[in-house]
Design a protein around this ligand. Structure first.
Ligand code: ZN
Length: 463
């Protein structure tokens, strides 16, 4: 196959943002070179001022298949991903049936994924009470790490764990060398808060916010840091919502604990004060907190205490969002944002003076490291998969429902005017999204390379 050369004045690579050409040979990046160094026999395509980012990696999505495909399964979720500039997803072990808590369930997931994926994917395994003997077999079978909940997860097929269960599971997890991802909210402060909410107005987001206080996150994080110190496993805090936890996470890092932290676009964009009564499209757990908290999360990103930004894409049928009654108590908690996350993030990041390199680090490089696919994904460098996004960072557009690419799903971003448009997404050299369409057969596949695989990457030749 002929060499392809994709030129842009702004290629985002580990070297920074430079003019150059991305040389693609089949499914891999052959090199990055200066524009005048493009081989004469290469097929050229020039994107001009549009930015070329590495394909985004989302280590936190809920693909609800098998079992709840109507909520969003492999086909719809990976389409939304391609439309959003994502080329690699890592699927959470719950909301599908069976939950991914043993090797048979992982096999069912793989079977369900067959021939439906528009981008590449991999799986997290679940940790639930009593499944500690499944942990090493799941690791051997190719999960990228594990996920647990310290609070009821909102569905019944996946159980929360207490410290006792964690103590049974953690030695096994530590032996795999894989990370444990934790939904860090704990029941105590939530139960305490409920006592003071008798007769409260559940159409108000303020009521929902009071029902899940910062303290629930703080106590959960304290528990996990204590166990991490004692048992030495890789700890990852998912969807950090409270900025009050930042000092203790910073201290844990300084102490040398192997802890990483993510937050999500909705915590960095929305703010509690602006959520109107009944706007349950904004319900997620932990909840959207106030303006001051949001700004402190941005500061934590700037300081590197928060490592990455992932979507927690969690679609559901619109009826489950209870938009008619607007009840924050009974509505499903979850925000579907894969197709919108890059413009949401660029809108906010640009306003605060962040660069394309920051976006690439938060949304591609760091999630790839967490998921152990950083030898193939998350960067534009020789030897890596030819996964990339062509993004116009200067265009503005108003989000319409069809831009979500997820059927009739609900999103808090509809109607907003955001900065930046995803023009194209390439997966392993092939166009999987172009100006609103999906020109390729579903060519996504599972990322199943193991940590034993050795991969050597030369330096690129982009000065
Ligand atoms: Zn989640």
């Amino acid at each position: 196959m002929a060499l392809q050369a994709y030129l842009s004045r702004r290629i985002v690579s580990p070297l920074g943002v430079r003019p150059g050409a991305l040389l693609i040979d089949g499914e891999r990046i052959k090199d990055l070179v200066a524009p005048e160094r493009v081989p004469s026999d290469a097929i050229r395509e020039d994107f001009g001022d549009a930015v070329i980012f590495p394909g985004l990696v989302d280590s936190h999505v809920h693909i609800n298949e098998p079992g709840r495909t109507e909520w969003g399964g492999f086909s719809t979720v990976t389409r939304a991903a391609a439309a959003g500039g994502y080329t690699m997803l890592v699927d959470m072990p719950l909301n599908c049936i069976p939950a991914t808590t043993d090797v048979a369930a992982l096999a069912a997931k793989r079977q369900a994924a067959r021939a439906k994926c528009h981008v590449d994917w991999a799986a997290w395994g679940g940790v639930v009470p009593g499944n500690q003997r499944e942990i090493e077999p799941l690791a051997e079978a190719g999960v990228r790490g594990f996920k647990c909940f310290l609070v009821h997860p909102g569905i019944d097929e996946f159980s929360m764990v207490a410290e006792r269960d964690l103590r049974a599971a953690l030695p096994h997890i530590a032996r795999t060398g894989l990370p444990l991802l934790v939904h860090a909210e704990i029941p105590g402060p939530i139960e305490e808060a409920a006592k003071h909410l008798q007769g409260a107005d559940w159409r108000s987001h303020a009521t929902y916010l009071k029902s899940r206080p910062d303290e629930a996150e703080l106590q959960a994080i304290d528990l996990m840091l204590r166990l991490c110190r004692e048992l030495g496993f890789r700890l990852h805090i998912v969807h950090l919502a409270t900025a009050e936890a930042v000092p203790r996470l910073q201290a844990a890092r300084a102490e040398g604990l192997p802890v990483t932290v993510e937050t999500c676009p909705h915590y960095l964009h929305l703010e509690a004060e602006a959520i109107t009564d009944g706007a349950t499209q904004c319900k997620c757990a932990p909840p959207i907190r106030d303006h001051g908290n949001r700004e402190k999360l941005w500061r934590a990103l700037r300081e590197g205490v928060i490592d990455m930004v992932v979507t927690d894409h969690s679609p559901c049928p619109p009826t489950m969002k209870k938009l008619q009654e607007g009840n924050f108590q009974t509505a499903w908690g979850g925000i579907a944002s894969l197709s919108m996350a890059l413009p949401v993030m660029w809108t906010e990041a640009h306003r605060r003076g962040f660069s394309f390199t920051d976006i690439a680090r938060w949304m591609a490089e760091k999630p790839a490291e967490l998921a152990g696919c950083h030898t193939h994904k998350g960067r534009l460098a020789p030897g890596y998969d030819a996964d990339f996004v062509v993004f116009d960072p200067d265009a503005e557009s108003t989000i319409t429902k069809d831009r979500l690419h997820q059927g009739d799903a609900v999103s808090p971003y509809v109607g907003e005017t955001l900065r930046g448009v995803v023009n194209r997404t390439y997966l392993r050299g092939a166009i999987v999204f172009r100006e609103g369409r999906f020109p390729q057969e579903a060519m996504g596949r599972e990322f199943i390379y193991t940590k034993h695989e050795v991969s050597v990457h030369a330096d690129s030749h982009l000065e």
